[in-house]
Design a protein around this ligand. Structure first.
Ligand code: ZN
Length: 65
């Protein structure tokens, strides 16, 4: 089964393990995290999972002062 990466449009190839799956997969092309939900080999939903930066906004602000 193949899914389209929401970040870069790459066709991510998933093996049979993902035919009944709910969770995160990583795009091989751009390393974006996608949360997918599949059922009996059919894709139900794909969501782009935002990767949070290591620094919070407050911490980043402190470092710029
Ligand atoms: Zn991608």
């Amino acid at each position: 089964m193949k899914i389209n990466c929401l970040s870069c449009g790459h066709n991510v190839d998933l093996d049979d393990l993902y035919e009944d799956y709910k969770g995160q997969v990583k795009c091989f092309a751009c390393s974006a995290l996608l949360e997918i939900c599949t059922e009996q080999g059919h894709l139900k939903s794909v969501n782009f999972v935002k990767i949070m930066p290591r620094l919070s906004v407050e911490e980043a602000f402190e470092h710029t002062l």
